[in-house]
Design a protein around this ligand. Structure first.
Ligand SMILES: [Zn+2]
Length: 257
């Protein structure tokens, strides 16, 4: 069995003390590859440096909507140059986050649109962060179609899930699926087509039900693999193969089982 953690912030400073052990524990749990999305332009160099230390890591570059305070106008042009030079597997993470309010809504929409255009220009998929803005995201993705990518840590409705899959997007399923209260997400995960799902940790954030208050890490995705397999009534092995195929297809990877 081989798993790919499709969303892990392994560059996070909280991993500086024991990153080697985190990667070793992931491998021991068959999490063989890790996709590492960016947050701010200030962190792109660290993303690149960390990715060069481990052959199992794929970095991506983008501007995360939760960090608008760190955004500078030159960043979009700089991102264009990084995509040209580094040839990453995706643009991200980018998106819309209206959880805290709508204060910087116009700026978020502009920066997200600019990154969708860059993804089109560079023929890359996008890794998308969405909170309290799923319908706005879907209408932007319609405008920029055809594009592919993943809605990371998906938490929308069944109708939104169907619309995203019809548009060619996949749903990144995090540890939330393990919480009994996540009934809506669990029924979506049980019913979407095989090709619509990816698995992710979002480590060091979003720890699962067995790790409340802990730092999350990629090895823990085997716990949500078990949950998703139960919900979909398939074996963990079969599900792992499906998820790996989906991740390989979306990001143009060639990882073997
Ligand atoms: Zn993230």
């Amino acid at each position: 069995m081989a798993l790919i953690d499709s969303h892990c912030h392994l560059d996070d400073d909280r991993f500086d003390i024991d990153r080697d052990q985190i990667v070793a524990r992931a491998k021991a749990c068959n999490v063989r590859h890790i996709i590492m999305p960016a947050t701010t332009a200030q962190r792109w160099q660290k993303i690149k440096t960390v990715s060069e230390l481990y052959d199992c890591i794929y970095p991506t570059y983008g501007l995360h909507p939760m960090f608008m305070a760190a955004y500078q106008e030159a960043n979009i042009g700089e991102l264009d140059a990084w995509l040209d030079r580094e040839k990453p597997i995706a643009v991200g993470e980018c998106g819309l986050d209206f959880f805290i309010g709508h204060k910087d809504e116009a700026q978020q929409l502009k920066i997200f649109s600019d990154q969708l255009q860059l993804a089109k220009n560079h023929h890359l998929p996008v890794i998308i962060h969405v909170r309290k803005a799923m319908d706005q995201t879907i209408s932007l993705l319609r405008k920029f179609a055809p594009l592919t990518g993943v809605i990371h840590s998906f938490s929308g409705s069944q109708q939104q899930a169907n619309q995203l899959i019809d548009l060619g997007f996949k749903l990144g399923i995090g540890a939330t699926v393990g919480f009994e209260r996540a009934q809506k997400l669990r029924s979506i995960v049980a019913s979407v087509p095989d090709t619509g799902l990816l698995i992710e940790s979002d480590a060091p954030d979003q720890p699962g039900a067995n790790h409340r208050g802990e730092r999350n890490e990629p090895a823990f995705i085997i716990e949500q693999l078990a949950t998703i397999a139960l919900l979909r009534d398939v074996s963990e092995n079969e599900l792992a193969q499906t998820l790996q195929r989906n991740t390989n297809n979306l990001f143009g990877l060639n990882t073997a089982t």
